[in-house]
Design a protein around this ligand. Structure first.
Ligand SMILES: *Cc1c(COP(=O)(O)O)cnc(C)c1O
Ligand code: SF4
Length: 305
């Protein structure tokens, strides 16, 4: 387990929205029937160590498995940890060679673990190598550091992330209170386009007011909510599970009341490695009708082909 000082300061009780995310619970020792150590089938999709390739135009690079905090609901909870998983120089070279041999992969997504736990020197070296590949158009970094350990977003880190390649930062946050006063100046130092990703979690953000506050906090920090994830079925995570029907109703509760900027796509990573798909809510009823935000049905006349 690990809880960063920034997150520790927010915990008033083990069962509050921040405590629940990071404090171990005996319920984690029980693996439910539908749970798996590799819930979205990543292992079978790894051509070389540290690389996961599921979609034609993009692939993951996991340079390390260390995180600033260890989230109890993490889908990689069987893999991440403080004792390692940093790719050696030789393993990184093998990953670069794989990317160089796959020109269709135009986006490289740095994840882990948490890439912003690398030193600016190491991260900068990775960014430079990837940027030098002519077919790499986009580098995306997924990280919990901006909320969990904002003090790591230094000017040295900002310099390490400087590249002419399009570079995006996707920030993982699940509760509005994670946006402490240190987050805004830390993000301003980076000067990157920012996306938000969250997991729908029982007892953390499974209410309309909690989701509204979370997405509004993101917008206030120039972060565009990107994905709201249905939780992946990693072992011992059942206590966080919110049924998909409830998730759809929660999002319906936001529609129309909250700026469209704050609306994420609710996604499920289909167990077994079949990829992420949007899971609603869906306002189209049948080919001829839509529902409005109050639930009233309307016929729509669309010209036929
Ligand atoms: C989630 C994921 C991605 C990124 O998917 P987007 O929908 O582009 O955010 C890429 N590769 C793998 C293996 C993934 O699991
Ligand atoms: S920071 Fe991300 S990878 Fe690390 S434990 Fe949390 S959810 Fe898992």
């Amino acid at each position: 387990m690990a809880i960063s000082p920034a997150m520790r300061a927010l915990i008033q009780a083990p069962d509050d929205p921040i405590g629940r995310q990071f404090i171990p619970d005996p319920a984690e020792l029980i693996t439910a029937e539908h749970e798996s150590a590799d819930p979205i089938g990543d292992d079978a999709l790894s051509p070389v160590k540290g690389v996961v390739h599921r979609y034609p135009d993009r692939a993951l690079l996991k340079p390390l498995l260390v995180c600033p905090v260890y989230c109890r609901f993490c889908f990689r909870r069987e893999h991440v940890g403080p004792d390692g998983g940093v790719l050696t120089d030789a393993e990184l070279e093998a990953a670069y060679a794989w990317f160089a041999a796959h020109p269709a992969v135009s986006e490289i997504i740095l994840t882990g673990g948490d890439p912003l736990m690398l030193s600016p020197r190491r991260l900068g070296a990775i960014i430079r190598r990837l940027s030098a590949m002519p077919h790499v158009q986009t580098i995306r970094i997924h990280s919990r550091v901006p909320v969990a350990a904002p003090e790591r977003l230094t000017t040295e880190l900002a310099a390490a992330l400087e590249t002419d390649t399009s570079i995006w930062l996707a920030i993982h946050a699940n509760h509005a209170s994670e946006f402490t006063a240190a987050v805004r100046p830390a993000l301003r130092r980076l000067q990157l386009p920012l996306l938000g990703q969250s997991v729908l979690l029982r007892g953390v953000n499974d209410s309309v007011p909690a989701l509204e506050a979370l997405f509004r906090a993101m917008i206030a920090h120039r972060i565009k909510p990107y994905y709201l994830h249905q939780i992946d079925a990693a072992p011992g995570t059942a206590r966080f599970h919110v049924p998909i029907e409830d998730g759809r109703r929660l999002l319906e509760g936001l529609r129309g009341r909250v700026t469209g900027l704050a609306w994420p796509t609710y996604v499920l990573d289909i167990p077994g490695g079949y990829g992420k798909v949007p899971i609603g809510p869906d306002y189209r009823q049948d080919p001829g009708t839509v529902r409005d935000i109050h639930g009233h049905r309307h016929r729509i006349e669309t010209p036929s082909r």
